[in-house]
Design a protein around this ligand. Structure first.
Ligand SMILES: [Fe+2]
Ligand SMILES: [Fe+2]
Length: 235
């Protein structure tokens, strides 16, 4: 137990993604705030660590689906997976969510001023994410792929690729934290996405979409922060 208590939430989740569900159930942040040790996270949330550990034991005893064993994938494959699932989802959905949040701010802003702030926050998230995804797809992932290919062939990666990776890692982590904070703020403003009784369907759909965005972001950032980045840092 003392050993597990010092392990960070991110480490648990990197080892086995299914443990994320246990942390989520107890309101423990496994994504952007995942760098804290289990004991500390439990203290902050007033949760018994033994309860978490037995939950982790339980999910670990279920057989792993081969298609979800992200930690075992090679970096180029994981990069493509992230782009084809999470980046594609964001590119498809961000413009819609931006338009919806704007619309409900116009229609319901007078009675629900929080949606005006939500629209402003999401607009910034969408703009920032656009640049973030571009940086990953055009600069960071290609450098990682070249470096991984060199390593596989028993060669040293090019110094400029190693330099790019180092610089990007710092910047991308910082951006993950910023977007994580912004979406937490939205959840707070939206009162955990409880739908008020006097609103239209667009309002409801917007809140559902925002929740979907948050869920997708948690998984996306987890794959990068806890699995992809530590491996890329070793190249
Ligand atoms: Fe990404
Ligand atoms: Fe990212």
């Amino acid at each position: 137990m003392p050993d597990s208590a010092n392990k960070t939430i991110g480490e648990f989740v990197a080892e086995d993604y299914r443990t994320a569900a246990v942390f989520e159930r107890h309101g423990i942040d496994f994504c952007c705030g995942g760098q804290v040790p289990l004991a500390q996270a439990c203290r902050e949330k007033g949760v018994d660590p033994e309860q978490i550990l037995s939950g982790i034991e339980a999910v670990k005893n279920e057989p792993v689906k081969r298609g979800e064993n992200y930690a075992a994938w090679e970096l180029p494959f994981l990069a493509d997976y992230i782009v084809n699932t999470h980046h594609v989802w964001l590119k498809e959905n961000d413009p819609t969510i931006t338009a919806y949040t704007r619309k409900i701010a116009q229609v319901h802003g007078a009675h629900h001023p929080e949606v005006i702030e939500i629209a402003t926050l999401f607009e910034k998230i969408a703009t920032d994410m656009d640049a973030h995804l571009r940086e990953e797809e055009e600069v960071f992932f290609p450098a990682v792929k070249r470096a991984a290919t060199a390593r596989k062939a028993g060669q040293m990666p090019a110094p400029e690729d190693r330099e790019t990776i180092k610089k990007c890692l710092e910047q991308l982590r910082r951006e993950h934290e910023e977007v994580g904070e912004a979406i937490h703020k939205i959840r707070h403003l939206a009162n955990d996405y409880a739908i008020p009784s006097d609103v239209c369907n667009t309002f409801m759909v917007t809140y559902q979409k925002l929740q979907e965005f948050e869920e997708d972001l948690h998984k996306h950032v987890h794959l990068e922060n806890n699995i992809f980045f530590p491996k890329a840092a070793q190249l």
